[in-house]
Write a protein that binds this ligand. Structure first.
Ligand code: SAH
Ligand code: SF4
Length: 362
């Protein structure tokens, strides 16, 4: 049987066209859009100002389902993690990180990742596919439901970051569509500054990103010379540091208020010396940059150790006070529920292994 198209896969223009093709007026599409993205209704029947005939038509032709929650955990520090089961039984994770002045939702763009960065657990996952627009938007809608976050004047999710599982620029088409939905000011209404796309450095796509999406950009740099970056972030063999940074130097519209974030994972004895910090400053000088140091989060089987607190502080001071580039240290959040950077999916992989073990046993 043919599956219905999910309504959350439509951009606003597509929904408009769909409704017009049903012989309805333009304003109906606006009403439906508002129900979906301002009121957050979970069924067509709740769309009370839409005629019953149209509601029935939509109901029989389109899917309007939330993602299936397989697991939901809350850390002692308030971080929340959802494990969603997709229609093909694959699983993705989404994390909410509350802070005093904001709430950040970290979303996935792929199931697993093809890029195998040697310090990232997601990169070791064998199963990979791109998420659809509906699955990307679905993570936000489900988190908004869970957090009761449908009051636009009092938002809990203020920022959205593509820093979950996957390389968003390898799923550019669906990620672009989802971002267009997020940005729509008659719907979810997130501003470009509040959406951050983190990439390991897919240079040709970075070059068109600015013109097409213009959201905030984070680059997973992690090393200051190609030999080490080739090992940590193997995509570097294709687009080495110099090429990556040249693309960013000319990245338009970047200024002091809107700098590019460079993520730098702190790995003991690998990339964390004072000389590395000095070289980092030199490399980033031509760019409006800020640095975000990420203490390495271990996962079962990982071969690296996190740098000591003192090393991280010295590194940050070198970049910041001597180098003049803003450097922040990202505090690990939700470690007790394996929700910190690079730990995503480990829990579910472990759970599925247990399941397999049980099946064999029985
Ligand atoms: N694929 C994209 C976005 C997802 S990863 C990218 O690589 O940018 C989000 C950030 O977490 C990246 O900077 C990534 O390098 C970092 N990360 C991955 N594994 C980590 C780990 N074990 N500890 C700390 N940071 C990690
Ligand atoms: Fe993929 Fe990013 Fe992990 Fe590298 S760090 S394997 S690009 S998710």
């Amino acid at each position: 049987m043919m599956k219905n198209v999910p309504i959350n896969s439509f951009t606003k223009d597509e929904l408009n066209k769909y409704i017009l093709d049903l012989g309805e007026k333009n304003y109906r599409a606006k009403q439906v859009w508002k129900w979906l993205y301002v009121n957050g209704v979970k069924s067509f029947s709740e769309m009370s100002d839409i005629g019953i005939k149209l509601r029935e038509k939509l109901h029989s032709n389109l899917d309007h389902n939330r993602l299936d929650i397989d697991q939901h955990q809350i850390s002692k520090d308030g971080t929340q993690k959802w494990l969603f089961k997709l229609s093909d039984d694959r699983k993705i994770e989404t994390v909410f990180i509350p802070e005093t002045d904001r709430g950040t939702l970290c979303i996935s763009s792929q199931v697993g990742c093809t890029l195998s960065c040697s310090f990232c657990h997601t990169g070791t996952m064998p199963l990979v596919r791109n998420l659809s627009t509906n699955e990307i938007i679905g993570q936000i809608l489900a988190a908004k439901d869970g957090l009761e976050d449908w009051d636009i004047k009092n938002r809990k999710i203020t920022n959205i970051v593509f820093m979950g599982m996957g390389e968003p620029l390898y799923n550019y088409q669906e990620v672009t569509r989802a971002i267009k939905i997020l940005l729509d000011n008659e719907g979810l209404c997130y501003s470009r500054r509040k959406i951050t796309l983190s990439t390991s450095g897919v240079v040709p796509i970075i070059q068109k990103l600015k013109y097409e999406l213009d959201v905030s950009l984070a680059i997973s740099l992690h090393a200051v010379n190609d030999d080490i970056r080739n090992i940590l972030v193997p995509i570097n063999k294709k687009w080495p540091i110099k090429e990556l940074l040249s693309a960013l130097e000319i990245y338009p519209g970047v200024n002091n208020s809107r700098r590019i974030t460079f993520e730098y994972v702190m790995l003991d004895g690998v990339n964390d010396s004072i000389n590395d910090a000095k070289k980092l400053v030199k490399l980033l000088k031509p760019i409006h940059a800020k640095v975000n140091l990420i203490p390495f989060n271990p996962w079962p089987g990982s071969i690296y150790k996190c740098s000591s607190e003192k090393t991280i502080k010295d590194f940050a001071d070198e970049v910041c006070y001597n180098g003049g580039i803003t450097a922040t240290v990202r505090h690990a959040r939700g470690q007790d529920i394996l929700a910190a950077c690079g730990q995503l999916k480990s829990n579910s992989v472990r759970l599925s292994r247990e399941k397999v073990a049980n099946i064999n046993f029985v």
